[in-house]
Write a protein that binds this ligand. Structure first.
Ligand code: ADP
Ligand code: MG
Length: 403
């Protein structure tokens, strides 16, 4: 990231945070104690691998969710969001576990519940949210909201969780519990790790086979005249609608049939003989995706670490085909975005995130940005799809205090 970009990013974060102080004051009649933020993410590669004890490689993006917050004397959590006007919620820390924190507020209130469950002294909060991560677009607005809330709680209740990596990893665990148990979304942990553990100009190699610290992989494309184009298709996407859980269950079934501890335990060289032992073609395709996708993460990391970025072309192509044909989580909009970007000269492209809509990414030459953008826009128009949201990113830093 060059100095101008960095300055600009800092400026806009400050502007958003300052404006959120005004919103908080207008909503609750008092100043917040501070403003915190956490980033959304794109996953470079490694999809649906986290819950299979596999590998993934997310990058935090400079689209962040901001929360302004202030402690309350009681155990109520009052929360409003600029993105859902008129839907202010108040939930009590004493009733959250029974499901009272329904809907969007669960992502925030659930974090306070999970921190209390982990033994921390937590009280009530007034919270106002401004989420600049597009909601429900596969860029992880949910974890950004959780992790920004966690950052606020850490400071306001003096938990010291942001000071070092082990503290941040404990926060990751609390945010995962909030999403799984209170918001009811059975996601696997990549998003929360990206939001709390990322670093500028690096991708985060996460290994979900046991409790491993993240490995940081250099991801600075600017010097090579490259950048990442995010293509938010705005196609319908809801991880809660059962498809995500369905894929998880299929993997669990395969694990039972094979008698392995997890799909991670299958070595790529044993793939064919292993697949032959499964009871259905669907399970064979699901397992093939997971095993080959984990291997592709290893290949992508090697390509980044050695600077052989041309190798990403084939790795991303194979990944997208695997998600489209074997895991069946792509859709017409994602395929069109990926195919158009590749046909217009993108070095590499693939869908990213849980799938069923959401976003795709392309590694492109900065010099070809406008050409590729307008090709994707024209293709979407011709197909009568919704207008996509296209923006380029650099790898951003983790959850932090803003004001
Ligand atoms: P993604 O994480 O890819 O954006 P999810 O379906 O996991 O998609 O999470 C989106 C949900 O998170 C929203 O439907 C909403 O409930 C909640 N959410 C995220 N950001 C905000 C926000 N700024 N304001 C209100 N709710 C939000
Ligand atoms: Mg999410």
């Amino acid at each position: 990231m060059n100095a101008n970009n960095a300055d600009h990013a800092e400026d806009s974060r400050r502007v958003i945070a300052t404006s959120l102080v005004d919103t908080f004051r207008a909503a609750y009649g008092a100043d917040p104690s501070g403003v915190w933020s956490a980033p959304g993410r794109v996953n470079l590669i490694g999809e649906h691998t986290d819950y299979n004890h596999g590998l993934c490689l997310p990058v935090a993006i400079p689209r962040r969710t901001f929360v302004a917050a202030r402690r309350r004397a009681d155990r109520q959590i009052r929360i409003a969001s600029i993105q859902v006007p008129g839907e202010e919620r108040t939930v009590s820390l004493d009733t959250i576990a029974q499901g009272s924190a329904g809907g969007w507020a669960a992502y925030s209130a659930g974090v306070l519940w999970a921190l209390e469950q982990a033994g921390h002294a937590i009280g009530g909060l007034d919270v106002v949210v401004d989420g600049r991560v597009p909601l429900g677009s596969g860029l992880s607005s949910s974890a950004a909201l959780e992790c920004a809330t966690a950052a606020a709680a850490v400071d306001l209740f003096e938990l010291r969780g942001l000071d070092d990596e082990s503290g941040r990893r404990r926060l990751v665990a609390a945010c995962i519990r909030a999403e799984n148990e209170i918001a009811g979304a059975p996601t696997g942990g990549m998003d929360q790790s990206a939001a709390l553990l990322s670093a500028p100009d690096t991708a985060l190699l996460l290994d979900f086979d046991g409790d491993h610290p993240p490995h940081r992989v250099p991801f600075e494309l600017t010097a090579r005249g490259l950048e990442v184009l995010v293509m938010n298709t705005r196609a319908a996407h809801a991880l809660g609608d059962g498809q995500y859980g369905n894929r998880r269950q299929e993997c669990e079934t395969a694990v039972r049939e094979l008698g392995v501890p997890s799909l991670r335990a299958i070595a790529p060289v044993d793939l064919d003989t292993t697949l032959a032992r499964l009871s259905s073609d669907v399970l064979r395709r699901r397992v093939r995706h997971v095993v080959t996708e984990i291997a592709r993460v290893v290949d992508a990391v090697a390509a980044l670490e050695s600077g052989e970025l041309d190798r990403l072309t084939g790795i991303f192509d194979a990944s997208h085909a695997s998600m489209r044909d074997d895991y069946e989580i792509s859709c017409a909009e994602l395929d069109l975005a990926v195919d158009t970007a590749r046909a217009t000269g993108a070095l590499a492209a693939r869908m990213t995130g849980g799938g069923f809509g959401g976003s795709a990414i392309a590694v492109i030459e900065t010099a070809r940005r406008e050409e590729i953008r307008s090709a994707v826009e024209r293709a979407f128009e011709a197909a009568r799809f919704r207008e996509p949201e296209l923006f380029t990113i650099t790898a951003d830093g983790p959850a932090a205090r803003e004001l």
